[in-house]
Design a protein around this ligand. Sequence first.
Ligand SMILES: *[C@@H]1O[C@H](CO)[C@@H](O)[C@H](O)[C@H]1NC(C)=O
Ligand SMILES: *[C@@H]1O[C@H](CO)[C@@H](O)[C@H](O)[C@H]1NC(C)=O
Length: 293
Amino acid sequence: MKFQRFPILTVALATGSMALSSKISETYIGPENGHLVIVGGNLQSDTIWQKIIALAGGPEAPLVVIPTAGGEPTYNDSLSSVASFRRNGAKNVTVVHTYDPAIADTEEFVAPIREAKGVFFDGGRQWRLVDAYAGTKTEHAFQAVLDRGGVVSGSSAGASIQGSFLARGDTANNQVMVGDHTVGFGYLKNAAIDQHVLVRNRHFDMFDILQAYPGLLGVAVDENTALVVHQNEAEVYAGTYVLIYDGGFWSREEQSELKNLPPPESRFYFLRPGDKYDLGLRKVIQVEEATEL
Ligand SMILES: *[C@@H]1O[C@H](CO)[C@@H](O)[C@H](O)[C@H]1NC(C)=O
Ligand SMILES: *[C@@H]1O[C@H](CO)[C@@H](O)[C@H](O)[C@H]1NC(C)=O
């Protein structure tokens, strides 16, 4: 069975009013310039590392790695993410780290980020990134990387930090979904991002957040899987699956209306590499062709 590809324009027109389309074009859920690469932890795939390098502008593009979520006393160039970037051709990778927001607010600290075309947030606990960088010159410099067309990327904690709502932001443990830190860096607006979702059987956890904040979009990315976002377009780039919690339902199968689905507030569905989702319309807009059965 073959499935049709839907051009984005068709979907936008099908929603009707001009007011709606102009609102969508003015306010993007993702970055207006540049790209996000949101990886659900355990990033092994060279395809994904290469995608980040390409979106930054190629091997010469200055990249900064932010290991701060990891919680180690000190960091140096021996990080595995630095090695992965270099193995995949990146020639200019700098580790930038502090736990002290006063340092993060200095020009000297922020200088490499001001030059960077790519940022990568390593894994660990996402609230450490908030404690170190929120409201500082460093946080503004991260946003500026996007504004000049670069890439903000990250895996695990480095995925969740990209949402406006900080999923699993509790300092006590990594199981509480609505914790003592709830504000992320917000490159993906009005959204909560979870990670390691299938490998760790986390697929019901997002509802803790959505019950408290029903307007949010829930996005949960599996391990070694990348969601690439620009403006309102999100594409599963490589790996296994990304789970979408938008109160709707979508299936690769025809006649899915014959299914016995749970109520909208309890639904989620899966996208796979090649599938595209419009974050503004909250609709699947491109379906990778189904395997012939
Ligand atoms: C890395 O990029 C920075 C910023 O563009 C530049 O100043 C520096 O010379 C580059 N380093 C190398 C080794 O290319
Ligand atoms: C770099 O960090 C690693 C891991 O913490 C450590 O084993 C190594 O000794 C450090 N290298 C230097 C040169 O400080």
